[in-house]
Ligand binder design. Structure first.
Ligand SMILES: Cc1cc2nc3c(=O)[nH]c(=O)nc-3n(C[C@H](O)[C@H](O)[C@H](O)COP(=O)(O)OP(=O)(O)OC[C@H]3O[C@@H](n4cnc5c(N)ncnc54)[C@H](O)[C@@H]3O)c2cc1C
Length: 192
């Protein structure tokens, strides 16, 4: 039987963020679907002009009743061609320093106005994508953390993405293995 792997960005990034910052309703709704594989998540951080300098991101979210109306573009979005949900950084304000006007939102990929286009690699693999958002309505209940404090949530997520928390023991084990290999190589070279 062929088994579909669980969404790595659901399990390793969105799940921990929801545990840390989600409302009880968000946890009850999203976490079981991450574990069952029902939901496949992708990460909407990078934009054409905002990669390393992520705080300059421009995808806008304008309040309109119970929703935000989102417009903009994300790029390099791994697995967006499979995902049914995306955790996304949007700009809700331009009035303070760039980091303070960012909000972390959860968007269903089948919302009208979401368009995924492939970015095919030289190897011809299709893993990365760009996503265009045109007047995409996102309910305010899909904000994780507080409006305008998405940078704090995003930094928390980075701890899980870039070698912190859950990945750290595995990385230490690999490092130890490399140390042992290097010691063996050195001993062999010294004895030769
Ligand atoms: C395989 C792959 C998968 C990815 N998947 C996702 C994803 O799922 N979701 C997502 O949001 N993003 C994703 N990204 C984007 C990635 O996480 C980075 O944000 C993005 O690659 C960096 O932005 P950029 O390509 O515009 O490079 P730039 O930001 O333009 O940087 C280009 C180079 O300049 C250097 N540089 C930049 N600023 C400075 C500075 N101030 N001083 C000195 N050097 C600097 C950088 O280190 C880099 O070497 C993915 C990228 C790759 C390669």
């Amino acid at each position: 039987m062929r088994r579909t792997p669980l969404s790595p960005m659901g399990l390793g990034m969105c799940g921990p963020v929801l545990i840390g910052y989600g409302t009880p309703e968000q946890k009850a709704y999203y976490l079981p679907c991450i574990l069952s594989g029902e939901d496949f998540w992708c990460q909407g951080y990078s934009e054409p002009g905002s990669g390393s300098g992520l705080a300059s991101l421009q995808m806008s979210a304008r309040e309109d009743g119970d929703d935000f109306v989102c417009n903009g573009q994300k790029i390099w979005t791994t697995h967006a061609n499979y995902a049914n949900r995306i955790f996304n950084l949007v700009r809700t304000s331009k009035e303070d320093i760039p980091q303070r006007g960012i909000t972390f939102v959860l968007i269903d990929m089948d919302t009208p106005g979401v368009k995924v286009e492939p970015l095919v690699m030289l190897s011809r693999e299709h893993i990365q994508n760009q996503i265009f958002f045109t007047d995409v309505r996102v309910p305010k209940k899909n904000v994780v953390g507080k409006v305008g404090e998405g940078w704090t949530v995003a930094k928390y997520l980075m701890q899980f993405e870039r070698g912190g928390h859950a990945y750290a023991p595995g990385l230490h084990t690999r490092l130890d293995r490399i140390r042992r290999m290097a010691a063996r190589e050195a001993a062999t070279a010294a004895g030769a």
